[in-house]
Write a protein that binds this ligand. Structure first.
Ligand code: SAM
Length: 222
């Protein structure tokens, strides 16, 4: 067997570490089980988020007014971002997709939910006016495929926001073996295959605090 088909090698604090690149059914079941269990951990996987946090504000700013729009939260967890957007724009149609049904059971009423993988989304092309993914793409394993799916389900002219962690900071937090962080260029390049406008920037939790390099936001227009 050629192990390079299934893993990419990376260095973590000077030690080599194999990272899977194929979302096999076994790996998907393991990731799902891990998040099903994490759903009970409100401290690390909270169901709510302060709407003043810049991650929320930036997505909202990029997506614009959501009234009358159909918006997808990709890897929504308990739907903490969608909950804020629904409160801010009750006329918006919010959807959450997640691998973990235990997470989805905690999504507030009024937000549509679907169980499934972002690498094979159960939605038609161009079904959404906009989509965003916060700290979920890092778990998708097949990253190119997930980015392509996010872009496929958004209509032409629709807006996409991804917030995730910076590969240059790898090792700063404990991570499961499937997790991946990204360079600005890497996700810009993947998004640019499907989108006509792509930018990225470092962000922090608070607008008036200088970013420390951990979080990146990629903003695109399809
Ligand atoms: C760290 S949580 C973030 C949840 C949410 N976006 C938030 O910011 O609160 C990552 C989420 O991604 C989901 N996830 C992992 N792999 C996925 C996949 N292939 N497709 C869809 N969701 C996935 C997990 O079940 C989990 O709920």
């Amino acid at each position: 067997m050629d192990w390079r088909r299934f893993f990419r090698w990376r260095t973590e604090k000077g030690r080599g570490r194999a990272c899977p690149t194929l979302l096999t059914p076994e790996l998907q079941a393991r990731i799902q089980a891990s998040f099903d269990q994490a759903a009970g951990d409100e401290e690390h996987f909270p169901a709510t988020i302060d709407p003043r946090i810049y991650h929320v504000k930036l997505i909202r700013e990029h997506l614009g007014g959501l009234a009358g729009k159909r918006v997808l939260d990709v890897g929504c967890g308990k739907g903490r971002f969608a909950r804020v957007f629904q409160e801010q724009d009750p006329e918006a149609e919010l959807w959450g997709l997640d691998l973990s049904e235990a997470m989805l059971r905690r999504v507030p009423a009024g937000i549509h939910t679907r169980a499934g993988s972002m690498t094979a989304m159960p939605f038609e092309d161009g079904f959404f006016d906009a989509a965003y993914a916060t700290e979920s793409l890092e778990h998708a394993v097949e990253i190119e495929q997930a980015v392509s799916e996010i872009c496929r389900v958004v209509k032409s002219g629709g807006r996409i926001a991804i917030i995730d962690k910076n590969a240059a900071q790898w090792g700063r937090l404990a991570t499961p073996e499937w997790e991946r962080w990204f360079t600005r260029e890497e996700l810009e390049r993947l998004l640019a295959r499907h989108c006509r406008q792509v930018t990225s920037r470092f962000i922090s939790y608070w607008e008036d605090v200088a970013p420390d390099g951990l979080f990146l936001a990629w903003l695109a227009v399809k």
